[in-house]
Design a protein around this ligand. Structure first.
Ligand SMILES: [Zn+2]
Length: 365
C-alpha cells in the first residue's frame, strides 16, 4: 500500500463529501490478527497492547536504521535533485526528530546520472527506476529523490506491504520537497516505519464504517491510525475548524496540527513545531521489531562485510563446526534473538534468505 500525499489533496478537493474510494486497508493481505468489530489489522503492532509494550524506555538500545539516498541527475551529471549538503542536512533532521523515540539513521548516498529518471518520472516508470538502482533493499531503506509529476510530493511503502523489503519498497520524495529545511522526509519516514495519517480514520476510510475514527475518541486505539493520543482529525494543514463528527454528533477535539503525520498541502507550516506522539513512537518501534529488523545497522551481518547474504550463514557454520573465526562481537551471530549463538541461528538466517522466514534480529546491545 502506497501513501499518496499530495495526490490526496486533489482527490479530496474533487469530491464533495467523504470519498468512498478511500478504503480501510483492504488492499492488504488477509491478516491473522483481524478482530471484530473494528478495522482489519495488519499485524501485531495494530494491537495497542503490543504498541505500548514497544514504547522506548530509558536505557533501551537505540535502533539505528540504514538508509540509502538515491539522488538522480542528468546523464552529464548536471541538475542533481539534491546536493550532498542537502542530503546531510536531511539526515541530521531525521536523527534529531526521531531521537526521542530511540530511532536513529545512518546513510549512504548514491548520485545517479540517468536523465530517464530525472524529470517528471511517471508512476509507470517508478518500479523500473527502483529495480534498476536498488542495492540490498532487504538491509536498507531507499529514499528516491528526483522530480515526480505535479501533485506527488512523497510516497512511502508501509512495513506490512509484502514489497517493503524488496526493490519496490522505500520512499519517494520530490526534489521540491527535499533539501535543507524541508520536512516531508519525516512524514514519509513515519509511513515507512508504520504510521498512518492522523486523518486516516476520517478521510481514508468509508464514512461511519467500523474503521471510521469517531470524534468522541472511543475507538481511537483500534481504528484510524491506531493511536489514541492522536486526535481523530478532519483537518488538513492549516487545520480548518474541526466541527462536529458526522457519525456521533459529538464535536471533534482540537486538532494536532504539529504532528508530522497530519498535514497535506504545499506549505509545511504545521511541522514547524513538529512531533510524533508517544504511541506513534511505540508503533514505529513495534513495526521495526516485527518487520524491519534487517534494516537495523548490524542485524544479520555476521561476518561484518556490510551485507546480509549466504556468506553470513556460511561464516556462522564455519565458526560453529570447523573452527572458523568467530563473529565479532560474538553477539552478532545471535540472529534469532535468543541468548546464544548456535546452529539455530544459522538455520534461522538461511530460512530468512531462502524461504521467506523472519528477518535477523539485532542481537548486540
Ligand atoms: Zn502521507
Amino acid at each position: 500500500m502506497r501513501i499518496h500525499m499530495f495526490l490526496l489533496v486533489i482527490l479530496m478537493a474533487a469530491v464533495p463529501s467523504q470519498a468512498e474510494e478511500w478504503r480501510c486497508v483492504t488492499e492488504a493481505p488477509p491478516s491473522p490478527y483481524a478482530k471484530t468489530p473494528g478495522c482489519p489489522l495488519e499485524g501485531p503492532c495494530d494491537d495497542p497492547v503490543n504498541r505500548d509494550a514497544a514504547i522506548p524506555q530509558p536505557g533501551d538500545p537505540v535502533k539505528t536504521v540504514r538508509v540509502r539516498f538515491v539522488v538522480f541527475a542528468e546523464d552529464d551529471g548536471s541538475n542533481p535533485a539534491a546536493t550532498a549538503q542537502e542530503v546531510s542536512d536531511e539526515l541530521a533532521l531525521m536523527n534529531a526528530e526521531f531521537a526521542p523515540h530511540n530511532i536513529q539513521f545512518v546513510a549512504t548516498t548514491a548520485f545517479v546520472n540517468d536523465s530517464t529518471f530525472r524529470t517528471d518520472v511517471p508512476g509507470a516508470d517508478v518500479d523500473l527506476m527502483k529495480q534498476t538502482y536498488a542495492v540490498n533493499p532487504q538491509t536498507q531503506v531507499h529514499v528516491w529523490v528526483t522530480d515526480y509529476p505535479a501533485g506527488l510530493g512523497g510516497l512511502a511503502v508501509v512495513p506490512w506491504d509484502p514489497v517493503a523489503l524488496t526493490a519496490l519498497g522505500g520512499m519517494q520524495v520530490d526534489d521540491d520537497r527535499f533539501g535543507t529545511g524541508q520536512k516531508l522526509i519525516l512524514h514519509e519516514m513515519g509511513h515507512t516505519l508504520g504510521l498512518w495519517h492522523l486523518h486516516h480514520g476520517t478521510f481514508e476510510v468509508p464514512l461511519c464504517s467500523p474503521c471510521f475514527e469517531l470524534a468522541d475518541g472511543s475507538n481511537g486505539d483500534v481504528s484510524g491510525d491506531f493511536c489514541s493520543d492522536t486526535p481523530p482529525s478532519p483537518a488538513g494543514c492549516p487545520p480548518s475548524p474541526p466541527g462536529t463528527g458526522p457519525c456521533t454528533g459529538v464535536a471533534y477535539p482540537p486538532a494536532q496540527p504539529e504532528n508530522y503525520m497530519i498535514p497535506y498541502g504545499p506549505d509545511p507550516v504545521c511541522w514547524d513545531q513538529g512531533l510524533f506522539t508517544v504511541q506513534q513512537g511505540g508503533r514505529m518501534n513495534c513495526w521495526i521489531e516485527d518487520k524491519l529488523t534487517t534494516w537495523l545497522d548490524g542485524a544479520g551481518d555476521v561476518n561484518s562485510d556490510g551485507s546480509v547474504d549466504i556468506a553470513d550463514s556460511v561464516f556462522l557454520l564455519q565458526y560453529l563446526f570447523v573452527g572458523g573465526a568467530a563473529p565479532s562481537p560474538l553477539c552478532q551471530g545471535g540472529v534469532n534473538g535468543d541468548s546464544d549463538v548456535d546452529i539455530a541461528d544459522a538455520v534461522y538466517l538461511m530460512a530468512y534468505l531462502f524461504t521467506g522466514g523472519p528477518g535477523p534480529i539485532l542481537a548486540c546491545p
